[in-house]
Design a protein around this ligand. Sequence first.
Ligand code: IMP
Ligand code: MG
Length: 374
Amino acid sequence: MNVIQLNDKIFEPFITADEIQREIRSLAKEINESYAGKKVVFVAVLNGAFMFASDLLKEITIDCEITFVKVSSYKGTATTGRVDELIGLTTKLRDRDVIIIEDIVDTGITMDKIHKIIELERPSSLKICTLLYKPAAHEGVHKPDYVGFSIPNAFVVGYGLDYDEIGRNLKEIYQVRETKSENSMLNIVLFGPPGAGKGTQSERIIEKYGLVHLSTGDIFRANIKGETELGVLAKSFIDKGQLVPDEVTIDLIKSEFKKYSNPKGFIFDGFPRTNAQAEALDAFLQSEGTAISKMLALDVEIDELKARLKKRAEVSGRADDANPDVIQNRIDVYIAETMPVKAFYQEQDKFVKINGLGSVDEITGRLFAELDKI
Ligand code: IMP
Ligand code: MG
């Protein structure tokens, strides 16, 4: 399961198709046992419950009937105000064992209305079976009797449930991803090949937006200089133009991140460099209650990069800038392992390409324009 986008929102995998089916089997077992020897009338609420009702009924082994209703509320007379009715309720429910099938009980207002109307038919028993239940949102009188999953108070789609009528066809259930406005940190991934100008531009962004700069390269180089254990390890990879292993880099980012108590946000420079790192970063930020706001990717052609790196070697004193073979290797690694990270953020609709050619000021202007939009 992957992150998906429906209209303007991003949804994250929440409940797999297998988990849904397993839970449905266990719900059906409970119902089969409680109603053994009886005949049940299921009243499924359209549209959302169509898929759940279908799969649940396949597992029901006692005698049963099913009917489908829709809740409608229309304007009655001036004195009665809004009137609720169940469209399609033609099956006689008097003195029968009735189970309402719903996809989701949220505030419970809809369920209370349905319950009230069905009670007027005087069934001998009336129970509620819902696939999903949000206890924290519930304000209703009638709590569901059979619950597939109790879930947090966040919007979900899939498996019959919709977001503005889309997403009903999904086999799985997805949960909406919190948007930036719900967490105030500005976290930027500054992306681009070696020599694209990430370091230079980071400094300017930090100054204007008050962000913390997390450059894995800078941290590694400081450690190499200090001849720390981490430095020695990192050096063995960096000098060859290779990436430091993901676990080492990810742990480093986590411990750096935790050093700041109330940051406005971070600018990640030179990280994540692989999809594994990007996934680990997402999971970590989520556990910290935040997320990446945008990836700004500086776009520079390979020939221009080589020229820039050669020039930088004259002043940077970096061994990995001086050797053309090492430069070539860094670019190869970038194309093979780092470029795919773009797609990772593209999928989340967070990827912005920035033209990396022009004067330093011009490029800064382009970056600021994007950052101001967030
Ligand atoms: P209520 O708040 O329990 O009355 O729920 C009203 C209706 O809102 C439900 O029957 C669903 O159709 C819809 N709904 C509530 N929560 C969600 C959700 O997380 N995803 C999709 N639809 C929902
Ligand atoms: Mg519904």
